[in-house]
Design a protein around this ligand. Structure first.
Ligand code: FES
Length: 108
């Protein structure tokens, strides 16, 4: 049996949908590219509060994008531009205060 992969600790995972239905203008690539700098120390492998980031080809909503979802809370954001993404990082990920006016769904 091949060896098991390992996982550094993390607390949250942020996903951006890159699908063309909710991002017809192709804005999400630039948004995703900004995340490492916005996350700063929160994105570092050795940080126990680390926030992992990823893209998804479709998150099953397909409108109102760019769409972002943060787990484990399952908080979904719509119409995320650069300023909203910055607020999600500063307010939600750093200060545990979700950006209420852009939330359209919460898990559970
Ligand atoms: S294309 Fe973004 S949710 Fe389906």
């Amino acid at each position: 049996m091949p060896g098991r992969p390992t996982m550094n600790p993390y607390t949250r995972h942020i996903f951006i949908c890159t699908g063309s239905y909710c991002d017809p203008q192709g804005l999400t690539e630039a948004l995703y590219a900004r995340l490492p700098r916005l996350l700063g120390a929160l994105g570092h492998y050795e940080n126990p509060r680390r926030v992992k980031r990823g893209t998804a080809a479709c998150l099953g909503v397909c409108s109102g994008g760019p769409l972002v979802v943060v787990y484990p809370e399952g908080i979904w954001y719509h119409h995320v531009d650069e300023s909203v993404l910055e607020r999600i990082v500063r307010e939600h990920l750093e200060q545990n205060r979700p950006v209420e006016e852009y939330i359209f769904h919460r898990l559970g």
